[in-house]
Design a protein around this ligand. Structure first.
Ligand code: B12
Length: 214
């Protein structure tokens, strides 16, 4: 049995080569990808964040850990998507303007795909007008906004304002998330829903598409 701790430590130490090799071994052993992510990789990234806060880690270490996490996630992404059944709804997702964090957003995107949603991922540093254009073109049921920085959270509000200005706000539900985001903040800026993690994002998105209040 490949070692879960080895995967945890590879992400923590920014060792992408080992992270990928151990993930491959765990996949071969039919390990549940959701367990690998939620019980091994996310806790490792949380520890990376803690070390950064204590100034034990700096930006280069964050980048190395992010690269290791992304390498492992690339392998798990198709497996998450395989679990899907009926198309559930259309989603446009992106990290808001000024923000380059995409690991959590990619996870939400993969879990939504796995939950049967058709997902258009606009990437990172997405300007409000780009979200508006995607809503006009793709006609999604839900727009998902991600922000990891307190300084980029206001871009969520600006994006909602831009949807209103363009006259498309009533056509979509807006779901927001990211480490500094709270349900109160979501309500305050007029979002329709909030999800604290990727699996909650799928549950809330399903509720929205079923017509239940988010
Ligand atoms: C990795 C990382 C980076 C990497 C990002 C690489 C990448 N490709 O994403 C790099 C090195 C680039 C980086 C840069 C910076 N970072 Co940084 N980073 C992190 C770190 C360590 C981990 C983030 C992460 O990936 N977590 C793992 C994922 C799985 O969790 P998540 O993102 O929270 O996502 C989950 C939920 O939030 C939720 N979710 C996320 N999005 C959405 C969307 C929706 C719709 C829903 C429903 C749910 C949802 O579901 C996800 C999965 O469960 C955090 C620390 C932390 N603890 O968060 C700091 C952190 C976010 N970074 C921080 C800072 C300060 C920076 C920099 C300013 C540093 C600098 N001096 O340059 C820059 C900013 C660059 C920019 N303009 O964006 C601070 C932010 C402080 C603040 N309150 O604003 C943090 C909190 C570190 C800290 N403790 O100080 N960072």
């Amino acid at each position: 049995m490949a070692d879960l701790k080895k995967l945890h430590d590879a992400v923590l130490n920014g060792d992408a080569k080992t992270a990928v090799a151990v993930t491959q071994a765990l996949i071969a052993e039919k390990m549940d990808p959701a367990v690998l992510i939620s019980e091994t990789m996310i806790p490792a990234m949380a520890e990376v964040g803690r070390r950064y806060e204590c100034e034990e880690y700096f930006v280069p270490e964050l980048l190395l850990s992010a690269r290791a996490m992304k390498g492992a996630l690339e392998l798990l992404r198709p497996l998450l998507a395989e679990t899907g059944t009926q198309p559930t709804g259309r989603v446009v997702i992106g990290t808001v303007k000024g923000d380059l964090h995409d690991i959590g957003k990619n996870l939400v995107s993969s879990m939504l795909e796995g939950g049967g949603f058709e997902v258009t991922d606009l990437g990172v540093d997405v300007a409000p007008e780009k979200f508006v254009a995607a809503v006009q073109q793709k006609r999604p049921h839900i727009v998902c906004l991600s922000a990891l920085l307190t300084v980029t959270m206001p871009a969520m509000k600006t994006t909602i304002e831009a949807l209103k200005q363009a006259g498309v706000r009533d056509q979509v539900k807006v779901l927001i998330g990211g480490a500094p985001v709270t349900p109160e903040y979501a309500r305050g800026i007029g979002a329709d829903g909030y999800g604290e993690n990727a699996s909650v994002a799928v549950t809330v998105a399903r509720q929205i598409c079923a017509g239940a209040p988010a």
